[in-house]
Design a protein around this ligand. Structure first.
Ligand code: ACM
Length: 263
């Protein structure tokens, strides 16, 4: 199986232009599963709730989800991408997984970062694991990386691969924690981060690039530069994510001691 990451520099509010950049980059190489950044079509730094409302869309049914389905059909592959979701009065920082047969699932970011808490509701969807061809694919969004329980839940639910749309702003931290999440859970992780700067609210956010695909041993199989748009893919062997043993005595999941973890 081949997984790919797309690193973009979204222009705030230019949803059609941002989609077009993704289409151009993604056509450069082939993958069965693609991961795009968090909020890839709108940009990240909203200045008001009204602004989020003007961009957020129902899922499924919104234009961005449909554009992703069209692209999945053209490529005959699966895409995981972050977008702003509107569900009644609520707004979520979500990620959709779509394939050639259409919309499959939506995950609403559980751990909101910084000013996201002003506009978005914290996610209420369980951490999803869905079948994509031979692989079990779980989803996290950006700051979820800092909460080991999130990735662990996906691993316990059988994820082989964690798709991780991101807009990381603290240099190297998310890239480091996702390598640890890969090692401790014995899963592949695919982080699609963005690049560029947004300074729309008085806070300057510099997005840190270095999108990456990591093996269950923590090896970086593909890494994008710190700046600039980029697309990368890596071949993965799912067997490496299904054997959780470290040696004849230790197994990353079977050796857990949940009875000692209760507070
Ligand atoms: C983040 O969660 N976008 C840092």
């Amino acid at each position: 199986m081949r997984i790919g990451i797309v690193q973009t520099s979204p222009a705030f509010g230019d949803t059609e232009g941002n989609l077009e950049r993704v289409r151009a980059l993604i056509r450069l190489t082939k993958a069965d599963l693609w991961v795009l950044p968090e909020l890839f079509a709108t940009g990240y730094q909203f200045a008001s709730r009204e602004e989020v409302v003007s961009f957020a869309q129902p899922v499924p049914g919104g234009r961005t989800t449909q554009a992703l389905v069209d692209l999945a059909q053209e490529l005959d592959s699966t895409l995981v991408a972050g977008l702003a979701e509107r569900a009644g009065e609520r707004l979520y920082n979500s990620a959709v997984l779509v394939g050639p047969s259409g919309f499959v699932t939506c995950y609403r970011k559980a751990h909101l970062f910084f000013e996201e808490k002003r506009w978005f509701s914290a996610g209420d969807t369980p951490f999803p694991v869905v079948r994509v061809g031979p692989a079990n694919v779980g989803i996290l969004v950006c700051f979820d990386h800092l909460f080991p329980e999130a990735a662990r839940t996906l691993a316990l639910r059988g994820a082989d691969v964690i798709a991780h749309p991101a807009n990381l702003v603290i240099p190297e931290i998310g890239q480091l924690t996702m390598r640890v999440r890969a090692i401790e859970n014995g899963v592949f992780t695919a982080t699609a981060n963005r690049v560029g700067i947004e300074a729309r609210t008085g806070e300057t956010l510099r997005f840190t690039g270095r999108s990456q695909i990591v093996s269950p041993r923590g090896e970086v199989l593909a890494r994008s530069p710190i700046e600039g748009e980029d697309v990368r893919a890596a071949e993965i062997d799912l067997e490496a994510a299904r054997d959780k043993s470290l040696n004849p005595y230790n197994d990353r999941l079977a050796d857990r001691r949940p009875e000692l973890y209760a507070l």
